[in-house]
Design a protein around this ligand. Structure first.
Ligand SMILES: [Zn+2]
Length: 42
């Protein structure tokens, strides 16, 4: 199977498309918990 687009899931916190089992890079949440500080806060 050739998939050019990786399987993405919606972040449960901000709704951004993220890779499964990865911390959301936009809001820093993983499985509903804030695990890192978001880097893109304006
Ligand atoms: Zn998020």
């Amino acid at each position: 199977m050739k998939l050019s687009i990786p399987n993405l899931v919606a972040c449960g916190s901000c709704g951004a498309r993220i890779r499964p089992h990865h911390v959301c890079p936009k809001c820093g949440h993983y499985k509903g918990n804030l695990v890192i500080e978001p880097e893109n806060l304006a």
